[in-house]
Write a protein that binds this ligand. Sequence first.
Ligand code: HEC
Length: 162
Amino acid sequence: MKKYSILASVIIFMWACNGGAGAPSENDTSSASSANTSSSSSNTSASAEEDAKGIGKFTHVDLPATIDKSMVAGGQKIYDLKCSSCHHLDNTKLVGPGWKDVTERRKPEWIMNFVTNTDENLDKNATAQTLLEECMVRMPNQNLSDNDARDILEFMRNNDAK
Ligand code: HEC
């Protein structure tokens, strides 16, 4: 019923337009399809942004231009204790990917969400799932606090500093 009345109004609308100039019905279809495209592309870009930031509480991480050495030192301790058995600091793979340039391939939000909410990201985040497919080992949750995660991020920034 509803379908028919929509169809009817479209036909009437097109017919009404056709009553005017040459071929305005072409314009009608193109504007209808471009409306579809823009709505679907805005969906895609929202999920692409979500994917790039990962799943978790960190939606916006502000990074100062200079590196905080005391945070780097905190990150180093965590790395030595909890991460070095699986991650090299250069670009070679151990159990997980080497950390060289990780701050360039990932947004700070993604890194902090991934290291504090590892399981959910491995289950649902496309980037994390691709890594899991490549490494074939599931990174265990490391029980990092928010501060630990920020220190680790600073340690990674320092490792990537040119
Ligand atoms: C038991 C091994 C293991 C330990 C320990 C481990 N990871 Fe991982 N990590 C992995 C694996 C494997 C991956 C790739 C994703 C997957 O397969 O789960 C990964 C991926 C990552 C990534 C994404 C790297 C990229 O290239 O995008 C980050 C960031 C990361 N780990 C941080 C940490 C931090 C921080 C610690 C320590 C607190 C840590 N990991 C400890 C195995 C580990």
